[in-house]
Design a binder for this molecule. Structure first.
Ligand code: PLP
Length: 368
């Protein structure tokens, strides 16, 4: 059913393309690119984003789960798709939709080989993930021999890539740890290359890895948050363009008297007569409760209006006492990366979570 949601997330596809090409420019000319579009493309919307990046000749997409990849296939995306957290229960769906699984343990490898054999697959592309220090998904170094014995001369599968993930690529205080991860991964790759005859791609860097560790680019890089406008520091973020603008309109304006309480649970009492605007965005939309009670703000007619009282599920109340505005006026929740970073700080989190928390009931629109 159509609903004219007035709270909108406007996505600039030209800014996205700029960011893609900026990150790509940090790598050697023949380095391949994988665009990470998991979690609804970090909250923005995956299908239009994937289509735009296909126009820029991205080499791969990365999603977390099979259904995210299926959605891209159903919308005409033809580029190879790596399922970063492929689960055994989804192998059938994965091959039906020509998705490529991350195989990250001896268990998943044995399961996939058995599955591939049963379904008479030939040279089906898989991606091997190695643990080099993050201690999340991945084969450990001491499992490489057994892994090799399982895949050598197996005609049902083909190793499309081998990869790892850096634990603290954005934090140069952890450079020593990261360099150790890179060395560990290099040793694993050497071991694989000595046994596997076919060419496979090697990749390790996320956005901050692209920026901070050119020795970890190998022959493909994985771009996530950078595509959506966030680098690992202010300087890099300044090179990236803002992709997402979240806006709404004023639903109602009311005047409250000195001593009146505002919003739920009397969290705020007016110290003087105040003008309050009610905006249709709440914690169910990702406008998190820590942004309430004067911590967060929106921008109305160029001026900051701070929240007043608690954030509700579908609404916030903001103080517009000194702002010239009326019902129906536009409200900017954020239209630059700095505000998102500020919100993240207030919420004791990172930009990633502010973006991915934006509810799907917020309408996404695309410009340029
Ligand atoms: C999410 C993810 C990325 C993208 O990381 P960013 O920091 O957003 O660039 C890259 N690789 C893997 C394995 C991931 O899970």
């Amino acid at each position: 059913m159509q609903n004219h949601h007035v709270t909108k997330l406007e996505i600039s596809l030209s800014a996205l393309k700029h960011n893609f090409n900026y990150l790509k420019s940090k790598t050697k000319p023949n380095t391949q690119t994988l665009a990470v579009v998991k979690a609804f493309a970090y909250g923005l919307e995956p299908v239009n984003i994937a289509k735009s990046l296909e126009e820029e000749k991205v080499d791969y997409f990365g999603v977390a789960y099979a259904d995210e990849g299926i959605k891209l296939r159903e919308n005409g995306i033809k580029t190879p798709i790596l399922v970063l957290h492929a689960q055994v229960a989804n192998y059938e769906l994965i091959i039906q939709h020509h998705l490529e699984p991350n195989i990250y343990s001896l268990y998943t490898l044995k399961q996939f080989i058995a599955f591939a054999k049963k379904n008479h697959l030939e040279a089906y592309p898989i991606h091997l993930k190695f643990n080099s220090g993050l201690n999340r998904l991945g084969f450990n170094t001491d499992e490489v021999d057994e892994l090799l014995s399982l895949i050598e001369n197996n005609k049902h599968i083909k190793v499309a890539s081998a990869f790892s993930h850096i634990a603290a690529s954005e934090d140069l205080n952890e450079k020593e740890f990261t360099e150790k991860q890179i060395t560990t991964f290099n040793n694993i790759i050497a071991q694989l290359q000595s046994k596997l005859t076919d060419h496979f791609t090697v990749h390790m860097s996320n956005t901050s890895g692209i920026i901070n560790y050119s020795n970890a680019h190998f022959n493909m890089v994985r771009m996530g948050i950078g595509l959506y406008g966030f680098g690992n520091d202010e300087k890099e973020t300044a090179q990236l363009k803002n992709v997402a603008t979240l806006k709404s309109i004023i639903s109602q304006i009311r005047t409250v008297k000195k001593g009146d309480s505002i919003s739920y649970n009397m969290a705020f009492t007016a110290q003087k007569d105040e003008k309050i605007a009610i905006i249709p965005i709440g914690h169910a939309d990702g406008f998190s409760r820590p942004l309430g009670c004067g911590n967060g703000y929106v921008t109305i007619n160029g001026q900051k209006a701070y929240t007043s009282g608690n954030v509700c599920m579908d609404m916030i109340l903001v103080n517009v006492t000194n702002i010239d505005c009326k019902e129906g006026d536009e409200v900017i929740i954020f239209n630059n990366q700095k505000t998102v970073e500020e919100f993240a700080k207030i919420c004791n989190t990172i930009s990633y979570e502010i973006l991915t928390a934006m509810a799907q009931r917020i309408k996404r629109t695309f410009i340029d």
